[in-house]
Write a new protein. Structure first.
Length: 255
């Protein structure tokens, strides 16, 4: 099975197990949703002494993670997006961002991707409110390759960080050679009208960018003329006419 044929949550779990094998300071925390995140049973079984399920107590998970990070551990804590951000925003603000504790928060199933769980489990504000928080870096991987590289980057980082995690399988954008970095030369001066897509919707942005004259797609952001042909976009997607030459990678980040 190719990597991009896996669910993103499975790749998140694979990467976390790899990191925990290499570094005994990496720990995993869940708030009763380990099966949904993908870490149960695999991380739990592989590292029972470094896996902590705090139950339905997300704010407590944030406080525990902050304490672990303050003592030199590298905590990855995950739950559904509304519970990872809205519900414990104050705890994140004070115990993680203000204190600059390098906790790695993972918000799973953002927006409508939580599907049958209903409106109470859907969060559309997470990127906005987390980007508004001083000292917090925000990531939104576009596919499994960027996800894997981003999680490894986060584990090595000494910054407070938040990452969106789409759980399901979806189309690849990058490849095995992709490496996530934050650098000034990966940013672009956007002066034209722009459309933006994140995570699974980045592929929609890329298919549109193929048919915009002189356009550049930056991690799902399309710059250039907004005059494009919807039929051509569909054809480009069906014909798999999306290659690395069509875009310049840039993930949604704030620091």
């Amino acid at each position: 099975m190719k990597l991009h044929e896996k669910e993103l949550r499975a790749v998140y779990t694979d990467t976390l197990i790899e990191l925990m094998t290499e570094n005994s300071n990496v720990v995993c925390l869940e708030a009763d949703l380990g099966k949904s995140s993908g870490t149960v049973p695999r991380v739990w079984e592989a590292f029972p002494d470094r896996f902590f399920d705090v139950g339905v107590a997300e704010a407590n998970m944030i406080g525990i993670s902050a304490g672990l990070a303050n003592e030199g551990m590298v905590p990855f804590c995950a739950t559904f997006t509304p519970f990872a951000t809205r519900r414990d925003y104050d705890q994140i603000t004070i115990s993680i961002a203000y204190a600059e504790n390098p906790v790695k928060i993972v918000g799973t199933a953002p927006g409508v991707t939580t599907a049958k769980n209903g409106a109470t489990h859907m969060c559309f504000q997470d990127l906005a409110i987390m980007r508004a928080m001083p000292n917090m870096r925000v990531y939104c991987p576009a596919d499994v390759y960027e996800l894997r590289s981003t999680v490894k980057y986060m584990a090595a980082s000494k910054k407070p960080e938040y990452m969106q995690l789409i759980r399901e399988v979806h189309s690849p954008i990058f490849d095995e050679n992709y490496e996530f970095v934050i650098s000034s030369d990966s940013r672009a001066d956007i002066t034209n009208p722009v459309g933006v897509g994140t995570n699974r919707f980045t592929i929609n942005g890329l298919t549109g960018a193929v048919n915009i004259p002189g356009s550049l797609s930056i991690g799902g952001a399309i710059t250039g003329s907004a005059d494009w042909n919807a039929n051509s976009i569909t054809d480009a997607y069906v014909n798999d006419n999306i290659t690395a030459s069509n875009y310049l990678p840039l993930s949604a980040t704030s620091s």
